[in-house]
Write a protein that binds this ligand. Structure first.
Ligand code: SF4
Length: 563
């Protein structure tokens, strides 16, 4: 049936964001259209996450909420896919019999057929595959951003971190061939993208399956030869597999961004051992040191879990030491809580929640202090910013623009972008005339355009550039964004590609850009972006809703991942 409208609601990590782009693309290939703002869709697809605490309660809450709408619209269909669907399978239709289709992480491509069959048979269809049937990257996609694209280089994970349920839901690592990856990168650039994030649970193990352990470094260098590709990011590396050839490729390939999101998880060797993460703090800090030597301006971010079973005060002190030594510009921080189905959930010495919460607050306070110092050190620097939609919630009110610097830091531009009362190292407000000139210049810029500007203020989770841009370049991605805006139903939600902000407590709601969007304070395990815990961006209008914690690079984990 053609012309049916759809909406995809995405929970969880960047891998799910990527899958949702494929789900949307497949549905549009099958004749579905994005639902118009304010209308009830004929189809709602939940792309779920099993990592977060109470993920199932949240899903059933959402499904319950939708039940009256479905009852009032008998032709409406509801589909549930993603990690929770892979895990709960038939339970979903038992608990919510008004769900029409349940599909897993390995068979996204079956969704249109299952919807059709469910309509024809007037019965729910539950189909979960145990192994990947079609690499999601070969499916059509409806990209969330004109300027930035995710390119999956692998799916699944061969590691067995004891806090993580991902391997059992996403399966063993499967690598795409480098030629296929590059062809997709080139196609995206031909469509107007200027920024690519290579995505995998463990990008450093890429290539082992086809006998080339140096494949990831070669892939970075090959991306460097793609004409028109200005920014290459990746997520996530694993400290165990991180090799110096990758550092050299990062340093010697001009379009690879000076940014690294490398999950630490714990600074204690004992805790790392119990997590079954086969690197130790010295190895981790050695990689940080070599990255800083090769890329002195790199912004390095991480994921940290507080309160893993058996974590002592001395273990936690080790984590704080690493945070001080590594000088992360941002971190996704997590309070550990047991996840059913993971080995850590049944470990004896669970840390009391009050102790976890107290340590967590100390970690956040320290990381905030480090992030603030690192961002203040940026004041006076010239940065190049790729403007993006949805990065600055106050942009409309302030007349400003927002985007990411090459190192992934979030930058708010405009004379009114600094929070009231904040002081700056560069002196105070601009003269009125300069303000008006800056605002006029910014007003002409679109998401996807690129500016250079001077940083005038550093907050813990963002930078501010109050003056007029030094240079401004309109791009094809900006043109496409503008054209899409003119076409009803064609506007695209934005997806942040940045670094993680620091894990501030979940409430109250942060000020614009002043804390990582999302609820990084909630407990989950720590593979933040590519597959395990990262997420998407907030408030995304259009047909794809991204729900859940935001992992944004300067807070990039642009995607981050397992590791
Ligand atoms: S935490 Fe990351 S590396 Fe570890 S098992 Fe999970 S996905 Fe793999």
């Amino acid at each position: 049936m053609s012309g049916r409208s759809y909406q995809v609601r995405t929970f969880g990590c960047q891998m799910n964001v990527h899958d949702s782009e494929r789900i949307s693309g497949m549905l549009e290939s099958a004749g579905y259209v994005p639902v118009a703002a304010g209308e009830t869709p004929d189809l709602v697809v939940f792309n779920t996450c099993a990592v977060r605490e109470n993920a199932d309660n949240r899903l059933y809450g959402n499904l319950g909420h939708l039940y009256p709408t479905k009852k009032a619209n008998p032709g409406m269909q509801i589909a549930v896919g993603g990690c929770l669907a892979q895990k709960d399978r038939g339970t979903i239709t038992r608990k919510a019999p008004w769900v029409d289709v349940v599909f897993g992480t390995h068979n996204l491509h079956r969704l249109p057929v299952l919807l059709e069959r469910s309509r024809h048979n007037a019965a729910a269809q539950v189909e979960i595959a145990e192994a990947l049937e079609v690499f999601p990257s070969t499916l059509p996609a409806r990209r969330a951003s004109h300027a930035s694209g995710w390119v999956s280089i692998s799916v699944g994970c061969d590691n067995t971190c004891t806090f993580c349920i991902v391997p059992s839901l996403r399966g063993k690592e499967r690598d795409r061939r480098p030629g296929d990856v590059l062809a997709e990168v080139e196609a995206l650039v031909a469509e107007g993208a200027v920024e690519i994030t290579l995505l995998g649970q463990n990008v450093n193990s890429y290539g082992r399956s086809f006998g080339d352990p140096g494949a990831f470094a070669k892939l970075l260098r090959a991306c460097g030869r793609v004409d028109g590709l200005e920014r290459v990011r990746f997520t996530s590396p694993h400290p165990r597999d991180f090799t110096d050839d990758v550092i050299a490729a990062m340093a010697e390939t001009p379009n690879v961004c000076p940014q690294l999101h490398m999950p630490l998880q714990s600074g204690s060797d004992d805790v790392l051992r119990r997590m079954r993460r086969s690197y130790r703090r010295d190895r981790y800090l050695g990689i940080v040191e070599r990255v800083r030597a090769a890329l002195p301006d790199a912004a390095i971010t991480t994921d940290i879990i507080v309160g893993f079973p058996g974590e002592t005060e001395a273990d936690f002190a080790d984590t704080l030491d690493v945070v001080r030594a590594a000088r992360f510009s941002g971190a996704f921080t997590f309070q550990y809580s047991p996840r059913p189905g993971t080995p850590a959930a049944t470990m004896d010495d669970q840390v009391p929640p009050t102790v976890v919460a107290e340590r967590y607050q100390r970690l956040v306070a320290l990381q905030d202090e480090v992030s603030l110092a690192e961002n203040r050190a940026q004041v006076g620097r010239v940065v190049e910013v790729l403007l993006a939609e949805g990065e600055g919630r106050k942009d409309e009110a302030t007349g400003g623009r927002s985007g990411r610097a090459r190192d992934g830091r979030l930058v708010h531009l405009g004379p009114n972008a600094r929070a009231a009362g904040a002081t700056t190292a560069l002196g105070d407000a601009l003269p009125e005339q300069a303000k008006a000139a800056a605002l006029a210049q910014l007003a002409a810029l679109r998401p996807g355009d690129v500016v250079t500007t001077v940083v005038t203020y550093g907050a813990p989770h963002h930078l501010v550039a109050e003056g007029a841009p030094l240079t401004a370049r309109q791009t094809r991605a900006g043109d496409l964004w503008e054209a899409a805006r003119e076409t009803p139903g064609a506007s695209r939600p934005s997806v942040s590609l940045g670094m993680p902000g620091v894990g501030a407590p979940p409430a109250p709601k942060p000020a614009d850009g002043d804390a990582p969007a999302g609820d990084t304070g909630d407990a989950e395990h720590g593979c933040s972006a590519s597959g395990c815990g990262g997420a998407a961006s907030p408030e995304t209008p259009g047909s794809t809703e991204l729900t859940g914690p935001v992992r944004s690079a300067a807070g990039a984990v642009a995607g981050a991942g397992a590791q």
